[in-house]
Design a protein around this ligand. Structure first.
Ligand SMILES: [Zn+2]
Length: 311
């Protein structure tokens, strides 16, 4: 009887595990209607449906509070990604990084984060003041306290993602051109890999100004939507040509359809703080300077009163 019970227990565990794995692999983005609008919800299950700290969100100045953090430090970001290959995941195109020395620190992050991978969403997942951009790059990192991103993916602050927005421009983006050309052989081949045709360094994909951004605590934007992500979305965007946007749309899914869009719908902010970080404020605690300024002001008032009575 005990053995039987153990068998049933194992069978249940196996079924649950398999269905989780299958759910993770076989999810899809809703297809836009002929008017270009998506009116179907994702229904990805689990945390994606029940979480209260989900991503992406609309980033608005009205909903945000002012922040000031130390500058970001991008360590070894200028180095080209070593032995870089591009993969068609069926949900995006992705470049993995295997160099543990490519790190970000600062920018108000609570630790040191190592670069895992870069992938793209067309159009952007985050919007700024309800405006959607042509493309959003996600540079995904995990806290070096964890062995890998899987371990970090359900721990608060375990993952740090940089979101870089691309606005449609008359000028093609040369770095995106390398990535799109590299993806050409694998665009119809899910799980297929191809080497990058030229070198790409993550630094080239950052905006010139990395001091102005939105910061909030959110989630992965794909199943299982783990609420582990410290989000940084820079407000300064990079250019992409309309032709390049159209080329991203020719990447194919596992059922052979073109992946016309791969952004998740906007999620409610709920009770979360949305921080708008701009330079011009001393990120170092300046309360000491302030208290000495107040003392000086009081001294001036007192001396003015004395002078008044003496005259
Ligand atoms: Zn993403």
């Amino acid at each position: 009887m005990l053995i039987m019970r153990n068998y049933i227990f194992c069978a249940i565990i196996l079924t649950v595990t398999l269905s989780t794995v299958l759910a993770d692999e076989h999810w899809h983005y809703p297809t836009p209607g002929s008017n270009g609008v998506i009116d179907e919800a994702e229904h990805w299950g689990g945390k994606c449906d029940t979480g209260k700290r989900q991503s992406p969100v609309d980033l608005t100045y009205e909903a945000s509070v002012k922040g000031a953090y130390a500058p970001f430090s991008f360590r070894n970001y200028v180095n080209p990604i070593r032995k870089a290959k591009i993969t068609n995941t069926g949900h995006s195109i992705q470049i993995n990084n295997n160099d543990n020395n490519v790190l970000i620190v600062g920018g108000g992050l609570p630790g040191t984060y190592v670069l895992d991978q870069l992938h793209f969403h067309w159009g952007s997942e985050h919007t700024i003041q309800a405006i959607r951009y042509g493309l959003e790059l996600h540079i995904v990192h995990h806290d070096t306290r964890f062995a890998n991103i899987q371990e970090a993916s359900n721990i608060h602050n375990g993952i740090a993602v940089l979101g870089i927005l691309f606005h449609v421009s008359a000028h093609p983006n040369p770095d995106l051109e390398i990535i799109l050309n590299s993806a050409e052989p694998i665009k119809g081949n899910v799980s297929g890999q191809a080497p990058l045709v030229e070198k790409v360094s993550p630094y080239r994909l950052l905006p010139n100004d990395t001091t102005t951004y939105f910061r909030y605590d959110g989630s992965l934007t794909t199943p299982g939507c783990g609420e582990a992500v410290i989000w940084t979305v820079f407000t300064h965007s990079l250019p992409i040509s309309l032709d390049q946007v159209e080329r991203f749309k020719t990447i194919k899914t596992e059922d052979g359809h073109e992946l016309l869009v791969n952004f998740r719908s906007l999620q409610p902010l709920n009770a979360r703080a949305l921080v708008y970080v701009t330079p011009g404020e001393d990120p170092v605690d300046n309360s000491a300077i302030k208290s000495s300024a107040i003392s000086f002001t009081i001294l001036m008032i007192v001396s003015a009163i004395f002078q008044h009575f003496l005259l």
